[in-house]
Design a protein around this ligand. Structure first.
Ligand code: EPU
Length: 418
């Protein structure tokens, strides 16, 4: 297991580039199961979650060929086999094979993902929607088994906005008989991107990018070549890093149009955020003001940026209330930030952060992906040395983060944790 050793105190200055989006790449890889032939994705990030998903696809009989910066998936000989616990337990997003598997093989067997560090994360809404489309759902021996001789179009209204739930039903509905209407669909850019990719494959979809998506099933889809969009959460993490370290950073490949809620908060906190020449420049030359944050589905403030923003607020000049409305247990970074001297009190879904003058480096434990990112950010501004262990969480979602940050002035070493 690796750990990161961060020597804090350096300003970040220079240019940094954002990789392809993990949460967009995963449903796009699942879409390969809907067709045969060479299905090509480019701008794929080099991440643990992506290699896990490749394993899931290979296990199902797909030919998966790595290319320079991408992948070619040929699902011509894919077959219905279980997506096993060993793979699913390391990555909940494996559940994205459910929709395309039922669509193509009339049956799917996927190990039920358990809870994870940030919350219970059930998939009841995915299953409810598949049942509405005529599928029979059974849970047996830790597996969810979904069978549907004939998936039928249906009107589905999600009572909670769900990102992978919306994606799974889009992936199922493209081959169903008749029309499926998804209401209260997730608006996240990754969902919209999946809609565009499916359309390019020949799917009949209206309402892409809105909360009402209409899909009329078609018999066949064709393989496509598709470039994965840049990762808005990686970009957002770099924006906060620049602002926190009183830095001056040009973030290239930054999907600024997907980051309005974060940009508003950074500006309110005193940072300058300007689009420039294929990127976004973030300058943090003023004292950090406290701002309140409340997470909501897109386009509001993303839960995936909550931990990073809390790290920033822990050195702000006032009091900030951070409310997490999406996941019930997404404050695991608090205990670690407190070990660095942050003044944070948690009461249910609210965290009250009273800014302190400085943080001090400490040995820390990463608990989940975005929490790990917040600890790295805190380490960048702390006095002395911060050691972040269990960074396999971080490696699930950030492509070479220490190399990218070191190139703009950070001092981070990756070492083996004995
Ligand atoms: N929910 C249910 N039932 C369901 C599905 C969801 O109650 O059947 C609840 C969840 O428990 C949660 C809320 O609905 O309280 C929203 O969950 P959602 O389904 O939207 O989350 P997800 O699809 O499992 C994706 C991202 C997460 C991101 C969330 C929210 C992927 C692969 N994952 O998860 O990304 O936090 O949407 O935006 O797209 C990350 O990248 O670090 C990450 C956790």
């Amino acid at each position: 297991m690796d750990k990161l050793i961060i020597e804090g105190g350096n300003r970040l200055v220079g240019t940094i580039e954002v990789s392809g989006s993990k949460n967009s790449a995963l449903p796009l890889m699942a879409a390969a199961l809907l067709t045969g032939g060479k299905y090509t994705l480019t701008n794929l990030p080099k991440l643990k979650d992506i290699s896990t998903f490749k394993k899931v696809l290979s296990h199902m009989g797909c030919v998966v060929e790595n290319t320079d910066g991408g992948v070619i998936i040929d699902a011509s000989n894919a077959r219905m086999v279980e997506a096993p616990y060993d793979l699913v337990k390391t990555m909940r997003a494996s559940v994205l094979v459910l929709g395309p598997m039922v669509a193509r093989f009339k049956e799917a067997r996927v190990s039920l993902p358990g809870g994870c560090a940030i919350g219970a994360r059930p998939i009841n809404l995915h299953l409810m929607a598949l049942e509405k489309m005529g599928a029979e759902v059974e849970i047996q021996g830790g597996y969810v088994i979904v069978k549907a001789k004939n998936l039928k179009g249906a009107k589905i209204c999600f009572d909670t906005i769900t990102v992978t739930g919306t994606e799974n039903i889009m992936l199922a509905a493209v081959h169903a008989d008749g029309e499926t209407i998804i209401e209260n669909a997730a608006l996240e850019p990754e969902v919209t991107e999946l809609g565009y990719a499916l359309k390019k494959m020949g799917a009949d979809i209206d309402g892409i990018g809105t909360d009402k998506i209409t899909i009329r099933g078609v018999k066949e889809l064709r393989p496509i070549e598709y470039k994965v969009m840049p990762d808005r959460i990686e970009a957002g993490t770099f924006m906060v890093a620049a602002a926190m370290t009183t830095g001056n950073v040009l973030i290239k490949n930054c999907p600024a149009e997907h980051l309005d809620a974060l940009t508003d908060k950074l500006k309110a906190a005193g940072a300058s955020v300007k689009t420039e020449n294929g990127g976004v420049r973030v300058v943090g030359d003023k004292p950090i003001q406290s701002v309140d944050i409340k997470t909501y589905p897109y386009p509001a403030f993303p839960t995936d940026m909550q931990a990073q923003m809390m790290a920033m607020m822990s050195i702000s000049s006032g009091l900030s209330v951070i409310t997490e409305t999406i996941f019930e247990n997404r404050f695991m970074h608090v205990a670690e930030l407190q070990r660095m001297g942050a003044n944070i009190t948690v009461d249910g879904r609210n965290a009250v952060v009273k800014g302190v003058r400085s943080l001090s480096g400490a040995p820390l434990m990463a608990t989940d992906l975005r929490a790990s990112a917040s600890l790295v950010l805190a380490g960048l501004v702390a006095n002395g040395i911060t050691e972040v262990s269990r960074i396999y969480h971080l490696d699930r979602g950030y492509d070479a983060i220490e190399k990218k940050l070191n190139a703009i002035g950070a001092n981070i070493k990756r070492v083996k944790d004995e």
